[in-house]
Structure formats: C-alpha cells, structure tokens
Design a protein around this ligand. Structure first.
Ligand SMILES: O=C1O[C@H](COP(=O)(O)O)[C@@H](O)[C@H](O)[C@H]1O
Length: 223
C-alpha cells in the first residue's frame, strides 16, 4: 500500500483523474475493452468531473459501480445516478455502463441476472474505491451477514449487503473481484478516514473489510 497526500481536495481530484486516465490508456493498449469500477457516495464526484473530459477511447471502456444501493436509477442515493451525471458525460458519455442493480426483483433473486451482465466485462482493469469511517468499502460492511463468504478467496462475483445502518439493501462486488484489479486506487478525505484506514491494518477483515483489498493499492488522501 502506498499513500499519496495532497494539499487539498481539488488538487487530489485533478491529479487522481490524470492518473486514472493514464491507467485506462495503458490498459486499452493491451485489451479491446477494459472494465473500470468506481465507487458512489460523496467522495468521487469531483474526480469524475475532471476524468470525464479525458481524451480516451471511452467507447472501449465498460464502467461499473463497485456497489449499488437497491433504489431506482434516478434516486438521489443511486450510485448509478451519480456515475451517469458526473462521469458518463463529456467525452466519457460514449462509455458503456454496466449496472449492479436491476429494478423489480428482490436483490437475491436478481443476482444471477446481474452476474450475467458483469461476468463478460471482468476482470477489472482499473478500480477506484471509497471507504467509510466504519471501514466498509464498496458495500462490504463490518458485521454484515455473509461478510466472511464475500471476503473469501472463493467468493462469488456478487453479494447482497443488508445492514441495520443502511436504509436499503445493496449489491456489491466481492473482495476477490475488487482485489484482483490490475490497478487499484482508494480515495479518502479527512482525518477520521485516515485514522480508520490505519486502524484497519491491525484488525481482521471481518471487522475492517477495507483491509481485504489493500494489497498493491494506492491511497490518495487529502484533509
Ligand atoms: O455507501 C457507500 O460508501 C462508500 C463510501 O462513501 P462516502 O460517501 O464516504 O465516500 C462508497 O465508496 C460506496 O461506493 C458507497 O456505496
């Protein structure tokens, strides 16, 4: 794990967007299409605002969320909504979006259909992760039912996350899928998340799921 510190969040957003564009460009040199997984939540919007203008073969990039809340795609809590509004715009508007949530069915029943959408685009070439102060990443939450299976080396591609702390169920990529990305970046803002990340290093992944995906990752941090 390598930590890059930035003077402020604006600098981080610009530099990380440039680094991601470089990673995608390098991956596109070797593959017809590349899978690019990105988080939702409050952290990545300003990075998306810069990255969307990168001069890349976006028509060969498959963008998917690291995790999704089971809400309609136009809902304010939808990660798809954020990604479509802030990343899949400008030059990046021609990238293909691969969803992790399909409306209607209950999440467990929908997993086979979603897996059939995701499987053809894997493995991940470039991964961006966020993290909560509770040390969850994607929607791998400490203490959630099924966490040990979702962290294990033989985990299926997807897991359903149901926690008391979240208002709706979620669907998440599992740890081996995330950890297997060729290029991995974690974006965290603020002292609380920095301390939580450092604390996670001394905990088992069941208590700190972020710890399961840190091998070879670059952490980008600004206050
Ligand atoms: O709920 C989520 O949480 C994490 C962290 O979110 P943030 O708002 O603290 O940046 C995020 O990475 C994940 O994709 C999202 O669904």
């Amino acid at each position: 794990m390598k930590i890059q510190e930035y003077a402020d969040r604006d600098m981080l957003a610009i530099d990380v967007a440039n680094e991601l564009a470089g990673d995608l460009e390098a991956a596109l040199l070797h593959h017809d299409t590349v899978a690019f997984a990105v988080p939702g939540g409050t952290t990545p919007g300003s990075i998306f605002d810069s990255l969307c203008a990168a001069d890349l073969a976006w028509d060969r990039v498959r963008v998917l969320p690291t995790d999704e809340r089971c809400v309609p795609a136009d809902h304010e809590r939808s990660n798809e909504r954020l990604i479509r509004e802030r990343l899949l715009t400008s030059r990046a508007s021609i990238a293909e979006y691969v969803p992790l949530y399909v409306p209607g069915a209950d999440p467990e029943a929908a997993l086979p259909e979603i897996e059939s959408l995701i499987a053809p685009v894997l493995p991940l070439a470039v991964l961006v992760l966020g993290m909560g102060e509770d040390m969850h990443t994607a929607s791998l939450f400490p203490g959630m039912e099924g966490l040990a299976a979702a962290l294990g080396g033989h985990a299926p591609t997807l897991a359903v996350a149901r926690t008391e702390t979240q208002p709706e169920p979620r669907i998440t990529l599992t740890a081996p899928v995330l950890d297997g990305a060729l290029s991995k970046h974690l974006i965290i803002y603020g002292t609380g998340k920095r301390e939580a990340l450092e604390h996670s290093l001394s905990l088992p992944p069941e208590e700190a799921p972020i710890a399961a995906v840190l091998s070879g990752i670059t952490v980008h941090w600004a206050e």
